[in-house]
Design a protein around this ligand. Structure first.
Ligand code: AHR
Length: 683
């Protein structure tokens, strides 16, 4: 018995040694060009530019929708929620949520009335202070030491950071002298982070007057609030209260850290502002661009009834174009075509919507002396924005009046702007469209396995007719968790398929782009944030593998062998006068794959390809996700690929997405290098 267990132990040790040696061999040599005697799969890449084909400059972009508080309480850096007190509706006394009152009934009375100086949003806050600490009043009691007033928590707390500056603006009116403290405090008001004063005589504020206070924070609180308080008896009205950080992206009002995430994936276009947000559950609640332009104070705001929240519409039609320009992406404007989820305008009555779209185009790209172009110029952008694409509605193809309405838009827009490309909501991937269009919209939300298989989706699509705009794609459902590696791998395979079919697919974007975790209306999303922190889901990081693809050359590549769990592509591109080949491979299976790569067809002037870098997105569990506490759990890991050759073996970890960048070395470079070596050795 003892003998048997010794034998068993010895056998286990030998097995462990053999297994260990195998893994050591794998990790040491598999990526280093060492010949593998029996690779299970080979990838042949033909690097000849002659057989390659250009990938559209526009292929990989982004889609921004006002969903999940992506804009209000997100990308738009405004800290005050319901700045104009309009969110409760036009009737008074209206609901002033999320504003709250500081003080009790004996010291303050707060209501709303319709006395605002802004014609399109008449509601103002009326604050009657009953207490007094100024000593001049004969009646009433003293105010609490911190004063009485109102506070706004922003969007689940304001991010106030030590040393940063914030510009608070508001409109005020009073029947007497005023002395108001404007402060950022901790969420319960107990700690003051920054404070300033608005002091004015009755004469100065007898009419609505704009006031501004610049506050510098002397402490950090990610859940802070804004307070307007006083200890002086009297009647004060407030309206259009705004608090903006001064460090917004390019000074244009966008939250810098969120924009940087967009810039990092080099999007070629930005589709906006929705999505269902554009349609509305009912037409009366749809996003209508004319209500979102001009001075911020004069925008009425609206309740988006699909995603069920109020927006003050600081992020409006102008700001979307500004954002596109700031991040170097082509704007793609989606407008309402007279159709919502629940109601539709009949085609004979749709012309006002058509005119609205024409006016919106004129706003974006008309001369500064045109009717709507002049408003854009007045807003600070005399040069036209480069609007070249518009989409007629969102997911409306099946609706009764879609085709009729679409044709009215198509005819009018083409007549006025022949160069503008028009995107139809109807899917042309399986059969030709029965109406004219430059592109057709294609949306897909499905399981990881399905999306992986859909890497072939466009292989059979007719090469004639309008091209596809895959404007929404994502893995959803249980495979996705709240942003899993598994979802990202399905998406990576799908994107590789789009890259390979980019002769018929012109543009693609993940959806949705952002989620504020305090209002997760749609799951999963690419970028997750709260007031102060953010991280990319693995789906976000997949997109970074494609940042060099726009405008690159697609090389022909072919997998041979047992490759059912793999999808691969190869591109060549230039960066800083250097030529690269990037090979991307998804291993969707649960076993590692030994891949033998063979690059042929290189330009004769290329003496060799040398290693540059390897990037791998994987994790120990395929359902792993990132989080605020572990934002970098599933992110691409780069390592040098120093000994790459035209023929090399690489290991693809289970459940992984890998890219291998090879630098082409031209004869001249090698000559130069050896010449410089000669010079240095003779010195
Ligand atoms: O991306 C989320 C939603 O999915 C979009 O609003 C809509 O277009 C689609 O149904």
């Amino acid at each position: 018995m003892a003998m048997d267990s010794q034998k068993l132990l010895r056998s286990v040790c030998i097995l462990c040694f053999l297994l260990g040696s195998f893994f050591v061999y794998q990790s040491l040599f598999a990526d280093s060009g060492v010949e593998d005697a029996n690779p299970s799969v080979t990838l042949q890449v033909d690097a000849s530019d002659i057989t390659g084909r250009s990938i559209p400059e526009t292929l990989f972009g982004i889609f921004f929708e006002e969903i999940n508080h992506a804009g209000a309480g997100g990308l738009w850096a405004e800290l005050v929620n319901n700045r104009g007190f309009e969110a409760g509706g036009q009737n008074t006394p209206s609901n002033i949520m999320p504003w709250s009152i500081i003080g009790d009934q004996s010291s303050i009375s707060v209501s709303t009335d319709r006395s605002s100086c802004f014609e399109r949003n008449k509601i103002a806050l009326r604050m009657e202070v009953l207490c007094d600490n100024e000593g001049s009043s004969s009646s009433g009691s003293g105010c609490p030491s911190g004063g009485v007033g109102v506070h706004n928590p922003g969007f689940w707390g304001m991010n106030i950071e030590d040393g940063k500056k914030y510009r608070v603006t508001l409109y005020v009116r009073s029947t007497g002298d005023i002395d108001v403290s404007v402060s950022f405090t901790s969420s319960d008001g107990s700690l003051i982070l920054a404070s300033g004063k608005i002091i004015a005589s009755a004469f100065e504020v007898s009419n609505w007057t704009k006031m501004e206070v610049l506050l510098e924070a002397e402490g950090t609180d990610h859940g802070a609030r804004l307070q307007l308080t006083t200890t002086k008896k009297g009647l004060i009205w407030f309206d259009q209260v705004s608090a903006m950080p001064t460090d917004t992206y390019k000074g244009h009002g966008f939250r810098s850290d969120l924009v940087q995430m967009l810039v990092d994936i080099k999007p070629s276009f930005i589709r906006f502002p929705g999505g269902c947000f554009v349609e509305g559950e009912w037409l009366r609640n749809a996003f209508r661009w004319k209500d979102t332009v001009g001075p911020l104070e004069e925008r009425p705001g609206h309740f988006g009834d699909v995603w069920k929240y109020w927006t003050d519409d600081g992020l409006g039609h102008f700001e979307f174009f500004q954002l596109a320009e700031d991040i170097g992406a082509a704007p793609i404007w989606v407008f309402n075509n007279g159709i919502s989820h629940q109601d539709e305008v009949e085609t004979p009555s749709v012309m006002p919507f058509v005119q609205e779209a024409l006016d919106g185009i004129e706003f974006a790209r008309g001369d500064p002396d045109s009717t709507w172009g002049s408003l854009r110029a007045a807003m600070g952008h005399p040069e036209p924005f480069e609007l070249k694409y518009v989409a007629v509605g969102n997911e409306d193809c099946g609706m009764k009046n879609y085709i009729g309405n679409y044709l009215k838009f198509y005819e009018s827009i083409k007549k006025a702007y022949p160069d503008i490309k028009i995107i139809s909501n109807c899917d042309g991937s399986s059969q030709p469209l029965d109406h004219p269009a430059d592109f057709y919209d294609f949306h897909v939300y499905t399981s990881a396995g399905n999306l992986f298989s859909m890497s072939n989706k466009f292989d059979q699509t007719s090469r004639k007719g309008p091209k596809a705009f895959v404007s929404e794609y994502a893995v959803t459902g249980k495979d996705a968790g709240t942003g899993s590696l598994l979802a990202a791998l399905g998406e990576a395979a799908f994107l590789i398929g789009l890259e390979k079919n980019s002769d018929v697919v012109e543009m693609a974007s993940y959806a949705p782009l952002f989620v504020n975790t305090n209002d997760r209306r749609w799951n999963p999303d690419a970028i997750v944030f709260n007031s102060s922190h953010l991280y990319g889901t693995p789906s976000y990081w997949v997109q970074q593998f494609f940042t060099e693809s726009n405008g690159a050359t697609l090389l022909s590549s072919k997998l041979n062998g047992n490759s059912s769990s793999l999808v691969a592509s190869a591109i060549s591109w230039q960066d800083n006068d250097k030529d690269y080949i990037r090979i991307k491979v998804v291993n969707f299976g649960s076993s590692p794959v030994n891949l033998k790569v063979s690059v042929t067809g290189l330009d004769p002037n290329i003496v060799r390809v040398s290693g540059s870098k390897k990037t791998v997105l994987t994790s120990t569990d395929v359902m792993d996700e990132n989080s605020f506490t572990q934002p970098n759990k599933v992110v691409p890991k780069e390592s040098p690929l120093e000994t790459a050759e035209e023929a090399m073996s690489v290991v693809l970890p289970p459940h992984s997405f890998s890219s291998f960048d090879l630098m082409k070395e031209y004869a001249e470079i090698r000559t130069l290098v050896s010449d410089s070596r000669k010079i240095s050795s003779t010195m």
